[in-house]
Write a protein of this length. Structure first.
Length: 735
């Protein structure tokens, strides 16, 4: 290919190339530090003066010589972390199987709901930490499995195709070995059901009671004097006795609820903390402490299974056609004016569901007597789901260990590996295009000569990734935020739009309540299919969150890759490689440093935990009036956890956007991203003076080639080099 025709500005290396004694300050500083560290190492290896190495130093060197280096050390560390998680999972399985007595569903705790909730929150926090460790370890090894070897890169470049360096990339799988592809697929597939099963292995069970609704006539509370504890002494002035045939002393322990409190407590499919309710209508000719129960009664509470509201008695005073719209009370109860609440009171006949007889009358409710009960809660564990988690965990451990032991090729895992390979053995397919960025290779075949003008400019971190990558990342975060907002709106409408932050906080984080359960949806509520449906619904956000983590991790990887790449134009320093030699530095992280990677994993664990507490599977054990039990499954929600999820997710993406726009890279090298061709194009140093990757490297302008393009001797050349380089001149052309 011929060079472009425009007139090139003249570049004279002799005018700008400094003498070897006039090195940059950063280079002299590095050499000084290196000499100090070398001398310190020599002193440490000496004994007490007899010329013999210290025993501790000898053992240290022996241990270090046996340890794996580079990405293999990281792979073994990831395998160790996944193995620890596996041991913890096996221990939990043994304990749960022992407690369950062979049953697929065991009871981990039974008793007070607040205590159960504390156990549930703690267990799910541990679960999400373990799952994040597994996801991070798996992602580390998957990225190394995607890393191409130099031969694979050469074959791709011959076909005019570039591969990704330092980044997990599906496009690389076509050129990697079959073993790498199989291991990558095993690690990838095992991650999908893992998130569905992990958080659902532990779930909560509420105990719901079917109750009597016993309308009664009673006195005005304003005419009664409460006791010191705020309760009232009641007497029952009817041959029917007290409501529910309880003693008068026990009736005095019942709660007096105003109309708004009564509607809120009983307008739900599952009532767990209350039993019999007595709506009191006003016949104030009675004595001040007398309540008279009417003969007829109605049943409420629990799932009806026929599409009829279990609390339709609350709306019985409204004009609702239950024959055509049986579920209207679910929404109509929210529109009831508590000060004008009316219900149907039968005469001498019982009220039939869906219609009333001619003797029924509409009466205004003044207050309610409600029988309080202590809710019973259980923390359940699902043994089959936990076995599935262990099987997936074992697949990950086996795949990671197999990769660390059997993969011997020296893959180009980091950008330092690529620079070392391309400078010691330059790729002929990327010659004469030293200023090529990754964007150039999107529309140009590898092998074309590209002579470009050097321009000095400040580059933001935002430019490290493509606009498409940013759009996809922001879109996924926006999708998660909008879904959370939609669930929050549903929660507020179900609980009452006037609910405040203090009331939401009282509902707790991840705490199941009868009032905060999703009801009326068209999915099974009984049997194993109901359990499966609730698991899928409650954990589908976990899959979305895992996708967000992988995309965001890839974005951060590109940003830190650009940060490391641009640092070589600012100072001379050793390469960070997988298998260090000479003064090269070893690497245990791939691209994101641990001081950033570990907080990122912690952030991910926090988000997974908040999502698990925002919507979660709940099972209700419903007991009817004949003491028969019927389990029903659904999903519960926690408004305060949803709000915290929205805040955390928004802060997560905003921090990345602000960092990308406000932070600049050191230096003004062309952005190569993870493009192997662009990286290779910057690695054509003078041979042999600057092609030693074992020495510290720097990017800059070097002497022209003397055997090619002699007619264009006024055009300079830029490359990584272990020799002397100088600052490129803005406005001049380089190839």
């Amino acid at each position: 290919m011929t060079s472009p025709e425009p007139v090139y500005a003249s570049v004279s290396p002799s005018e700008y190339l400094p003498d070897s004694e006039d090195l940059a300050f950063s280079e002299r500083k590095w050499k000084k530090q290196y000499s100090r560290s070398t001398s310190s190492l020599g002193i440490a290896l000496l004994g007490s003066g007899d010329g013999q190495p210290a025993k501790s130093s000898v053992w240290t060197r022996r241990i270090k010589s046996r340890l794996p280096t580079g990405w293999r050390f990281g792979a073994w560390l990831a395998t160790f972390g996944a193995s620890v998680v596996l041991l913890v999972n096996i221990f939990i399985l043994v304990w749960s199987a022992t407690e369950s007595g062979g049953s697929p569903i065991g009871i981990g705790f039974q008793g007070n709901c607040n205590t159960m909730n504390r156990y549930s929150v703690g267990i799910h926090l541990v679960i999400n930490v373990l799952s994040t460790v597994l996801l991070g370890a798996s992602n580390y090894v998957m990225q190394t499995l995607c890393a191409p070897t130099r031969d694979e890169v050469n074959r791709a470049h011959e076909k005019g195709i570039w591969l990704d360096i330092g980044l997990q990339s599906i496009r690389n799988l076509k050129y990697t070995s079959r073993l790498n592809r199989l291991l990558w697929i095993a690690l990838s597939i095992s991650s999908i059901p893992l998130h569905l099963a992990y958080n659902s292995s532990f779930s909560s069970t509420l105990s719901a009671e079917k109750y009597y609704m016993l309308p009664a006539i009673g006195p005005d509370l304003l005419t009664m004097t409460p006791n010191a504890d705020g309760r009232y002494n009641w007497t029952c002035g009817s041959t029917a006795g007290c409501p529910g045939h309880v003693p008068e002393a026990e009736l005095s322990q019942w709660d007096v609820l105003n109309n708004a409190e009564c509607i809120k407590a009983y307008a739900t499919d599952f009532v767990s903390d209350r039993a019999t309710v007595v709506p009191v209508i006003g016949d104030y000719y009675l004595s001040n402490d007398t309540v008279v129960t009417l003969a007829a009664l109605s049943e409420g509470g629990g799932p009806e299974g026929s599409g009829v509201d279990s609390y339709e008695w609350i709306c019985s005073g409204m004009e609702i056609d239950y024959h055509t719209e049986p579920l209207l009370c679910a929404s109509a109860s929210r529109r009831i004016d508590p000060f004008n609440w009316t219900i149907q009171i039968p005469g001498d006949l019982e009220v039939n569901r869906g219609y009333t007889n001619s003797k029924s009358v509409i009466s205004k409710v003044n207050y309610c007597l409600s029988q309080p009960v202590v809710p019973k809660c259980q923390l359940n564990f699902n043994v089959p789901l936990w076995v599935l988690v262990i099987v997936l965990n074992m697949i990950k451990v086996g795949s990671m260990a197999f990769a660390a032991v059997n993969i011997k090729e020296n893959a180009l895992v980091t950008v330092g590996d690529a620079i070392a390979s391309f400078t010691s053995d330059p790729d002929i397919h990327t010659r004469d295009m030293c200023l090529a960025s990754s964007d150039i290779f999107d529309g140009r075949e590898i092998g074309e000569t590209v002579c470009l003008e050097y321009q000095s400019r400040r580059i933001r971190w935002f430019g490290a990734a493509s606009k498409g990558h940013w759009i996809m990342t922001v879109s996924l975060f926006a999708l998660a935020i909008f879904i959370s907002i939609g669930l929050l709106i549903y929660a507020l409408r179900s609980l009452g739009l006037g609910i405040g932050v203090s009331a939401m906080w009282q509902l707790g984080i991840g705490k199941p309540h009868a009032q905060s359960m999703i009801t009326g949806w068209k999915i099974p509520t009984e049997g194993y299919s109901a359990l499966l449906a609730s698991v899928l619904v409650s954990n589908s956000p976990q899959l979305i969150l895992s996708m967000i983590y992988l995309v965001f991790n890839s974005l951060c990887t590109k940003m830190f890759l650009a940060r490391e790449w641009s640092s070589y134009s600012h100072a001379r320093k050793p390469l960070r490689v997988s298998a260090p030699r000479g003064v090269q530095r070893s690497t245990y992280f791939l691209q994101i440093p641990y001081r950033f990677g570990l907080p990122l994993m912690g952030y991910s664990a926090l988000l997974h935990w908040l999502v698990s507490q925002s919507i979660f599977p709940v099972q209700v054990t419903y007991r009817d009036l004949n003491n028969n039990q019927f389990p029903a499954s659904s999903c519960g929600y926690s408004p305060i956890a949803i709000i915290l999820t929205i805040i955390t997710t928004t802060a997560f993406i905003l921090s990345a956007i602000i960092t990308g726009f406000c932070t600049h890279l050191n230096g003004d090298m062309p952005l190569v991203g993870s493009c192997s061709a662009a990286i290779s194009a910057s690695c054509h140093p003078p041979i042999p003076d600057g092609s030693d990757p074992l020495k510290p490297m720097k990017w800059g302008a070097v002497a022209k080639y003397k055997d090619v393009h002699k007619k264009q001797s006024d055009v300079g050349h830029i490359s990584f080099s272990s020799g002397d380089v100088f600052e490129p001149i803005p406005g001049c052309y380089y190839f």
